[in-house]
Design a protein around this ligand. Sequence first.
Ligand code: GLN
Length: 447
Amino acid sequence: LLDAARARAEAARGLNALISLNDGAEQQAAAVQARLNAGELLPLAGLPIVIKDNLNLTGMRTTCASRMLEQYVSPYTATAVQRLLDAGAVVVGKANMDEFAMGSSGESSAFGPTLNPWDISRVTGGTSSGSAAAVAAGLVSVSLGSDTGGSVRQPAALCGVYGLKPTYGRVSRYGLVAHASSLDQIGPLARSAADLALLMNVIAGHDPRDATSLDAPPAFVAGTPEDLRGLRVGVITESLGGNTAGVSAVLESTLDALRGAGATVGEVSLPALKHAIATYYLISMPEASSNLARYDGMVYGLRGEGNDVGSSMTRTRERGFGREVQRRIMIGTYALSSGYYDAYYSKATRVRRLIANEFSAAFGQFDVLVTPTSPFPAFRLGEKMDDPLTMYAADVDTVAINLAGLPALSVPAGFEEVDGKRLPVGIQFIAPTLQDELLVRIAGGLE
Ligand code: GLN
């Protein structure tokens, strides 16, 4: 399996899905073999996997697709990754991503963009770009990404695979390089509901090393059409405008499939969602500016030369961070500064509460909520790179879920034909807190 994954990675090199290959993979595979020979039963025995390059694995570089950490070798392993290894998985390599998980296209990587396997003139979505491309192109059948505002779900949708953002706290973030700590979650990408279930049963669960970790043992199974009978599905009306014709058509056909299986479909309005993007960026940027303060050239990674501490730090950050990261640190610092804190950060936290309350109210009426994952399929490389606000708008359907801490799953649900190419379209299902299992049941039911 490892050889096959490597051969596939070699053949698909042009996609730029991986930043590093794991030299220790043979050793991991041999250790799995020895455990099997000793009679152990391992749920993921020998399964090749790719992990996003913001997840630590001892002895490998963790670059976050940044010049800042290009040479940083991790001295420890993330809990989610360790659990995969304990279950018998073999890490083939580490996936390309937007620098420090900031972006919506996979283009903000210091190592170049990841290309979409369905059409290499198009983006994969971001920020778990390589994790999505690696699964879509068949390098591996499962991967790990991270989702702060849509970074597992949106690239999953644009690459035609499943992507789950678990309930905040369901998967330990220990060993995940922080972007915005109140929003970050690790999540799996896969080609079937059964594989999602397999992975979640391994990586989810309490971890004393993450203070926000919840004690909720995972019990995932891929569902059957039976699971859809009587399910109350609410379509969020705010997500119905602004979609391409193909995305609207795929949403309709998904709703038809749900009705056909005995679900009831209604509509629900969450008016505060119109503030979701503004709120998300006013919370994520300040948190990122605070988290990224540690890259000052003193402890981790790159160090710029200067005559004193101040000029050395400035030089480090000029050289180490790309444009989008610099922009966010500046905006984030501004929004936290005295005199602006109340107007921006503090107000955003209040709107965040409002959004969470509207979700809770909607769940009084419906078991799950539905939206497209993205208003459009994969766009062309370069199309949005000069205009950050247009890029941020790509997150319109995903960011509110992180603000509310909810679980959500992007399901590959159909295609839109653009310029003679079939581009995948994803539909997003959103569940109440800790009902991640329901999402995987629904996905199985729709397969
Ligand atoms: N596109 C969002 C952002 O740039 C999502 C990032 C993420 O989920 N890591 O912040």
